[in-house]
Ligand binder design. Structure first.
Ligand code: SAM
Ligand code: SF4
Length: 461
């Protein structure tokens, strides 16, 4: 029996990192590690990092500085605290991290964390360990499965990575370099994971991938699957009431996926579909492989199949060479689609990406001004989207205790947070809720009917 030890994992960036952090904890559990929310009593601290924008990297180094203080305090008490850096900064910076921050014991890339127990053992013997080579083995095939108690603790909504990496090479993006080539997990492996989650009480699964709709994993019949087919299969898993997926690329939205939106009751009517810009000139310079018209056609096609479908997106402002007219094209695209929400970023030059080499960089103050203008338009649409629900009824999957005593918080089909007065016994159930008030960050509602019985029936087509 291994000695009980504590691991504190801090995740930066996207949902894929949140998922990876859970899987790191799962993989360390058989070696006796239990997760702790507190940094100070940890035997091992893992920073699961993001490299997508400049500040993220600097944040990691300042975080390492903060942890070093805790490490020194632990050493003064005769306790060893090991520091590991994982994720995309680890992948991109590698050896540089142990050179720049000598308190770091271990650097592990995003494809290698299944080796953590062995790497920690080596670091424990005083070696500075850096493992960022892309491995030949499939980490998902060897990672330890999550323990039931860990799943229960993580709540009724879970991410499941089904696809990793990217072959698209948008000129601004580091992902193809940090996460490597596109790889999809086999359907069988995903079904087994989702069944395990459902069995421990998970009711909503979000399939994730850098390009989730490029999914092409091996099907149960041995032929390549598609995301649409995978969603149809998962809708049959008893206990799974809701399915979502993110992040999609407009070019990879196929007829199969569109049809799934019409057919599957469990597939929620909310799609995150990054467009980045509304200008064809900029889209071409970004190597997005789709035009503004292509994007609008995909949105329209999906809305034919599922008229209430809501969209969110990602935008970059101030890409090199972006003119005021290009930027206005982005603003008008927001008006054309009427997004329910969106993330927007100032372009951040990433070393090693083609766009960073372009001379015509937009001055920082212009980027900041455009970001403000874009965010104002996005906020206007988000408010209008939310406002239309006042007095209306929809299904809410009740998730966890809310902000106030007696409240639960849940998610609408359109991913809005909804605060509802309801007993805790309804966590994990879908309730019919009437929206009574629309706030800036969440909606407020009242139960308007008998909640559905705890479903263990298939929630599919
Ligand atoms: N795969 C997704 C797609 O096709 O759009 C997104 C992946 S990326 C992790 C998330 C978002 O970060 C992107 O959609 C983009 O808006 C933003 N992003 C990526 N690189 C960036 C950069 N160099 N500067 C600013 N924002 C960036
Ligand atoms: Fe990055 Fe483009 Fe790939 Fe998305 S599609 S991960 S933005 S390279």
């Amino acid at each position: 029996m291994s000695r009980l030890r504590k691991v504190h994992i801090k995740s930066f960036g996207c949902q894929m990192n949140v998922y990876d952090s859970h899987r790191m904890a799962d993989t360390l559990a058989p070696s006796g590690y239990r997760e702790t929310a507190s940094l100070d009593d940890a035997d091992l601290v893992i920073l699961n990092t993001c490299h997508i924008r400049e500040k993220a990297v600097e944040k990691v180094y300042s975080e390492i500085g903060r942890i070093r203080t805790a490490k020194e305090a632990a050493a003064a008490q005769g306790r060893q605290m090991m520091i590991a850096v994982a994720g995309c900064v680890a992948q991109a910076e590698g050896e540089e991290i142990v050179r720049r921050a000598d308190s770091v014991d271990l650097v592990v890339g995003s494809q290698n964390y299944h080796r953590l127990p062995e790497l920690i053992a080596r670091a424990g013997n005083g070696e500075k360990v850096v493992d960022t080579e892309f491995p030949v083995e499939d980490k998902f095939a060897v990672l330890a499965a999550p323990e039931r108690t860990a799943i229960i603790k993580r709540g009724i909504s879970s991410f499941v990575t089904v696809q990793e990496g990217c072959d698209k090479f948008c000129t601004f993006c580091v992902v193809p370099y940090t996460r490597g080539a596109e790889v999809s997990r086999p359907v069988k492996q995903i079904v087994a994971e989702v069944e395990r989650l459902a069995d421990a009480g998970v009711r909503e699964v979000t399939l994730i991938g850098q390009n989730v709709n490029a999914y092409h994993g091996e099907g149960e019949d041995g032929a390549p699957s598609t995301l649409g087919k995978l969603l149809r299969r998962l809708a049959q898993v008893p206990g799974i009431l809701r399915l979502r997926y993110t992040t999609s690329h407009p070019r990879d939205v196929d007829e199969d996926l569109i049809a799934a939106h019409g057919d599957l009751e469990a597939l929620m009517p909310y799609v995150h579909l990054p467009v980045q810009s509304g200008s064809d000139r900029i889209l071409a310079a970004m190597n997005r492989k789709h035009s503004r018209a292509d994007y609008l056609a995909v949105v329209a096609r999906l809305r034919v199949e599922r008229p209430d479908l809501a969209f969110s997106s990602d935008f970059i402002v101030g890409f090199p060479g972006e003119t005021e007219q290009d930027f206005r094209d982005t603003l008008s695209l927001v008006d054309d689609v009427g997004f329910a929400g969106a993330f927007s970023f100032m372009y951040s030059p990433r070393p090693g990406t083609p766009a960073a080499e372009i001379d015509d960089q937009v001055p920082p103050e212009e980027k900041a001004e455009r970001l403000q203008r874009l965010q104002a338009v996005i906020t206007r649409h988000q408010r209008a989207f939310n406002a239309q629900f006042t007095g209306r009824e929809f299904d809410v999957l009740l998730d966890k205790p809310g902000r106030r005593p007696g409240q639960l918080v849940g998610r609408s089909p359109y991913l809005q947070a909804v605060q509802v007065i309801a007993p805790r016994s309804l966590i994990g159930r879908i309730a019919r809720v009437t929206v009574t008030e629309v706030g800036s960050n969440s909606l407020f509602g009242a139960l308007s009917g008998e909640p559905q019985a705890p479903q263990l029936i298939a929630a599919g087509a």
